[in-house]
Design a protein around this ligand. Structure first.
Ligand SMILES: NC(=O)c1ccc[n+]([C@@H]2O[C@H](COP(=O)([O-])OP(=O)(O)OC[C@H]3O[C@@H](n4cnc5c(N)ncnc54)[C@H](O)[C@@H]3O)[C@@H](O)[C@H]2O)c1
Length: 245
């Protein structure tokens, strides 16, 4: 099993794509998955569904809480094999209507969050000599999108951070890989707010005339998190049903 014995951390693990990643890692034999999320109810539900999940209620933007959490896992398990930076938010508006607050909220969660998490865990992986970091970008980070200046900036930003981490964490002979996944439009609660008049033409543009399912993204993440992708680093894999090829 490709995740056998691995100690994993998945941010935004309470619902949507993150929840699917947690489930996939356990299906593939992970020893333990720490699901980090703001939503305590979702974490309690996740813990009741799976034996090897530990819910951790914190914000990925909270440096002290994140550092404390990483130290605690190291104490409990001695290592972290996999970090998935998945937690993310949107606050869409055309740029002339986008407030400083809308900008900052999205920058904090989607860009600072992966920075804070990776700063706490990446060096630990380097010390271990091995690890895998997978960060969820978006096709919007690669191609842009109307009404998403803030979101596009963060999702493009995590691609360049991923490439930086691939370089930085493989120094001194460390076998730490960093990759990103850029999903297209996926059937999650985040998409529930997007009206059909926006989603229908997007579905039409894909080769399969539908949204993606969270499990289809989780499968790509599991590949990048596992040793099966041992020669893949600094890459972005689009999983968008052919939205752009
Ligand atoms: N759904 C899509 O179509 C789509 C497409 C491309 C990329 N993505 C990206 O995939 C990731 C997951 O998206 P989703 O659709 O599952 O979203 P979602 O809104 O369904 O779930 C996001 C989870 O992140 C948690 N979260 C939010 N802020 C947090 C914080 N500060 N600290 C900890 N947890 C926090 C939420 O509580 C929630 O459980 C995001 O990064 C998103 O940008 C989604």
């Amino acid at each position: 099993m490709k995740m056998a014995g691995k100690v994993c951390v998945v941010t935004g693990g309470g619902r949507g794509i993150g929840k699917a990643i947690v489930g996939k890692f356990l299906e593939y034999g992970a020893e333990c998955v720490y699901a980090v999320d703001l939503n305590q109810e979702a974490l309690a539900e996740l813990e009741s569904e799976h034996a090897n999940v530990k819910g951790v209620a914190l914000s990925v933007t909270d440096t002290a809480a994140v550092n404390g959490f990483a130290a605690k896992v190291r104490e409990e398990k001695g290592r972290i094999d996999v970090l998935v930076n998945n937690a993310g938010v949107t606050k869409d508006a055309l740029i002339h209507k986008m407030s400083d607050e809308d900008w900052q909220f999205v920058i904090d969660v989607n860009l600072k969050g992966p920075f804070v998490m990776t700063r706490a865990i990446g060096p630990m992986m380097m010390e271990q000599g091995k690890g895998a970091i997978v960060t969820i970008s978006s096709v919007v980070g690669l191609d842009g999108n109307i009404g998403q200046t803030n979101y596009a900036a963060t999702k493009g930003g995590v691609v360049s951070m991923t490439k930086t981490w691939a370089r930085e964490f493989s120094r001194k002979g460390a076998n730490v890989r960093a990759n990103a996944v850029a999903p297209g439009y996926i059937n999650t609660p985040m998409m529930a707010t997007v009206p059909d008049k926006v989603l229908d033409p997007i579905k039409e543009k894909t080769y399969f005339k539908r949204l993606g399912e969270p499990s289809e993204i989780a499968e790509v993440v599991a590949f990048l998190a596992s040793d099966e992708s041992s020669y893949v680093t600094g890459q972005v894999i689009r999983a968008s049903g052919g939205l752009v090829i």
